[in-house]
Design a protein. Structure first.
Length: 250
């Protein structure tokens, strides 16, 4: 009887864990929806442009080695790449989202001309193409980007690929940073492979390119924050971690 109880308890713990957070499970390109990664299903049966990740649980260290794509850097067993024109819209569909406080950021990293499959996300240089943090009000009571994701009944986030971006193969990285626990940031990154067509010749200069981990530190003001502290809660500004967006992409 005890082994059965233990098995049920373990299953319940997994369900509670997966239901408490969320992750990107589908990807949309200009209105067409494609399968993303399903972390609780067998990897061998998944054919998707998404890079694999193991759970909906957060990364709790700001400098964790898996911060780039929530995995060891590798491709999936049946890895695909989605094609999108520069200026097109890519959408991340989340399983759900339950944390209202925190920023949402979107990054790209260039892969070799042969494509991203087989390229480790751990060694790439990332640049930010979109960000949204504290939208209005105060840190403690205001409207956050993550709150929009939570209130959206479909839990989707859409991003325009910069019109002037140089064509090529890229990893796209979505990140929600949950700030609802004092001085305990929760990072939720997921990645996918895309090939950008058309576009122009713009590509960020070195000051806008950063490694991940390494683009922010554990003590950065937007990372190590207590939104319940009276002084902090009353503030009307928040510094989103990571590099600035390359001016041509704003």
């Amino acid at each position: 009887m005890l082994p059965v109880i233990a098995a049920v308890a373990a299953l319940l713990a997994q369900v509670i864990s997966s239901n408490a957070h969320g992750g990107v499970v589908n990807i949309g390109v200009d209105g067409t929806k494609y399968p993303g990664w399903s972390p609780y299903n067998s990897a061998s049966g998944q054919t998707t442009a998404a890079r694999p990740y193991s759970s909906f649980d957060p990364i709790l260290s700001a400098t964790a080695s898996t911060m780039h794509c929530n995995n060891n850097g590798g491709s999936g067993p049946n890895q695909q790449t989605l094609t999108i024109a520069a200026g097109g819209t890519i959408t991340a569909y989340y399983s759900q989202w339950t944390h209202a406080e925190g920023p949402f950021t979107v990054y790209l990293a260039a892969c070799p001309s042969s494509g991203c499959t087989g390229t480790s996300s751990a060694g790439l240089q990332w640049f930010k193409i979109a960000e949204q943090g504290l939208i209005s009000g105060t840190v403690g009571k205001g409207q956050w980007a993550n709150g929009l994701l939570m209130k959206n009944l479909r839990h989707v986030w859409s991003t325009k690929i910069p019109t002037s971006l140089r064509a090529g193969h890229y990893l796209i990285r979505w990140e929600t940073l949950a700030l609802h626990q004092a001085n305990t940031p929760q990072f939720y990154p997921e990645c996918a492979q895309i090939q950008v067509t058309g576009g122009g010749s713009d590509f960020p200069t070195s000051q806008y390119l950063k490694p991940i981990p390494g683009a922010w530190g554990a003590n950065d003001p937007g990372v190590n924050i207590n939104i319940y502290d009276a002084t902090t809660a009353a503030q009307t500004t928040y510094t989103i971690p990571g590099p600035a967006i390359y001016p041509a992409f704003k």
